[in-house]
Design a protein around this ligand. Structure first.
Ligand SMILES: C[S@@+](CC[C@H](N)C(=O)[O-])C[C@H]1O[C@@H](n2cnc3c(N)ncnc32)[C@H](O)[C@@H]1O
Length: 496
């Protein structure tokens, strides 16, 4: 290689490293350069690029769904994982955190758990949780379990969905467990039991993007997040941002587990309490965690009412406490700022003063839903719909609450009502798609996701989703493209 060729190669590597860092948050260290070089050369040959410019253009322009992009991510990410990794943490979950959470939910007569494995690789971590829950819940079929695994590597996600593993993945798994929850599948491979596979959901999510917390990515109101052995190659500044967003994904008292090698700066623990039990370290979201204004845009969970429905109703009595009543616009601002408790207080005062409009009940439903008071939120939706049965936003809020409660047939009905009122409600198509996939209706689910994509694609990319869903149409289109791509890679997943 001539000196000119060598310096062109080095320049190309540098540009590629910068792209990787910008897009994924990952920092390529010197010892990984060889791997990056190999991946790049392979890409040139496979996709017919003759220059660095054309390769980088393909990476930049087509986004995460392009074959170049997938190939690059598969080449540079390290997906090492195995079942029941980190015995101390698994013991903590099995013996302490999950039994206590389950007991608390039973006392409240609630049967749901929301768990996310972020950076899930081939799914071993999430399936380990599914096995633990199978052991802890004798009445598991009566529980609503939201078990979500996400990763940036589409090939890993396909393997996770398939649920087939070689012996190396079982190096920390007792033989009896493997026998009980896996069936032999060909040469030295094991297939996860179908009921466990059905319980887990896998989807694309880049931790370096603003797509969480959000109902669209199902990363809101979580009880437990495992983000283990993911931060090791990240830029420290990026880790700080991700930690704040993970905090916002959890309910107060929710738990985040990191890997033992994920050394993080103490600033990243803001909003968390650090605990240790035996050898397991874990972080708990404090009950008074500050609202993370920096990520407010990605935290909106439930949309506000349509502007047309925002006008105040009849004149109201002064508040009993003599304090001025909040105007609807002020309540909208409080909801927009996610000051749920304050908004609820203002709403209650207006209701006590005689405001019984559909709008105020809708506001109430939204605040209650975001405070995790799901049953009361449903009752407030019902009150609102009794006055105005044709409000698509109230139907949508109701659908989201029902989804969180895993009441899937009722949630589906509410989403269909939303779409009956507005065929172009992209988020409703999106949620309907996810719901149908969860109900094993793959063609219908993919069709709904494609509907959502078609709407998102014909809308200005920077237009917010119903002005408060935390994302714009461009971002939703990118998420949908990835989701569809992954499903199409699965057996029987070809586009119809
Ligand atoms: C070493 S594996 C950890 C798997 C599992 N959490 C465990 O501890 O066994 C790290 C995973 O993080 C994923 N990852 C890396 N960068 C990511 C990003 N920006 N967003 C989402 N996942 C990412 C990689 O694709 C890989 O699957």
């Amino acid at each position: 290689m001539t000196a000119t060729q060598t310096s062109a190669l080095v320049a190309c590597e540098e540009r590629l490293c910068a792209f990787v860092r910008r897009h994924t948050g990952l920092r390529i260290h010197d010892h990984q350069l060889e791997n990056l070089r190999r991946t790049m050369q392979e890409a040139f040959a496979r996709f017919g690029h003759t220059s660095c410019d054309s390769y980088l253009r393909a990476l930049e322009s087509a986004g995460a769904a392009s074959p170049e992009h997938e190939h690059l991510i598969a080449g540079i990410t390290i997906g090492e994982s195995y079942f029941f990794r980190d015995q101390s943490q698994m013991d903590f979950l099995r013996q302490v955190f999950l039994p206590e959470l389950i007991e608390r939910r039973r006392r409240q007569d609630e049967r749901y758990l929301r768990i996310w494995s972020a950076g899930c690789s081939d799914g071993q971590e999430l399936y380990s949780l599914a096995i633990i829950l199978q052991q802890l819940l004798p009445d598991i079929d009566r529980w609503n379990l939201h078990l979500l695994g996400t990763d940036i590597n589409a090939a890993s996600l396909s393997r996770a969905m398939r649920g087939r593993y070689s012996g190396w993945s079982f190096r920390a798994t007792p033989e009896a467990l493997r026998q009980q929850y896996f069936g032999p599948d060909g040469d030295q491979a094991w297939q996860i039991a179908p009921q466990l596979r059905r319980r887990a959901k896998f989807s694309y999510l880049n931790l370096n993007e603003d797509s969480f917390p959000s109902i669209l990515t199902e990363t809101n109101s979580l009880d437990l997040i495992l983000c283990r052995n993911v931060f090791i190659y990240f830029d420290p500044g990026v880790v700080l941002q991700i930690m704040a967003k993970l905090n916002a994904c959890l309910v107060p008292g929710g738990c985040l587990l990191l890997g033992t090698s994920d050394l993080i700066d103490s600033a990243a623990q803001e909003g968390f309490e650090l605990h240790a039990l035996a050898n397991a370290f874990y972080l708990i979201r404090g009950h008074d965690a500050p609202p993370d204004a920096g990520f407010a845009a990605s935290r909106r969970e439930i949309p506000p009412p349509e502007p047309a429905k925002r006008a105040a109703a009849a004149p109201l009595l002064p508040s009993a406490a003599g304090t001025p009543l909040a105007e609807p616009q002020e309540i909208i601002a409080l909801l927009g700022a996610e000051s749920w408790a304050q908004a609820l207080q203002a709403i209650t005062q207006r209701q006590q003063a005689g405001d019984s409009s559909a709008m105020i009940w809708q506001f109430r439903a939204k605040a209650l839903a975001n405070l995790g008071r799901r049953r009361e939120a449903l009752a407030a939706c019902d009150q609102s719909l009794a006055i105005d049965p044709a409000d698509k936003h109230t139907h949508f809020i109701r659908a989201l609450v029902l989804l969180e409660l895993n009441r899937l047939p009722a949630a589906e009905d509410a989403l269909r009502r939303t779409l009956y009122l507005d065929r172009n409600f992209a988020e409703a198509h999106f949620q309907l798609g996810l719901l149908q996939l969860r109900r094993d209706r793959r063609p219908a689910g993919l069709k709904s996701l494609r509907n959502a994509l078609a709407i998102a694609d014909t809308t200005a990319p920077d237009r917010r989703l119903h002005d408060a869903a935390g994302m714009n149409h461009g971002r939703m289109a990118a998420i949908l493209r990835n989701e569809l791509e992954i499903y199409q890679q699965l057996p029987g997943g070809k586009k119809k």
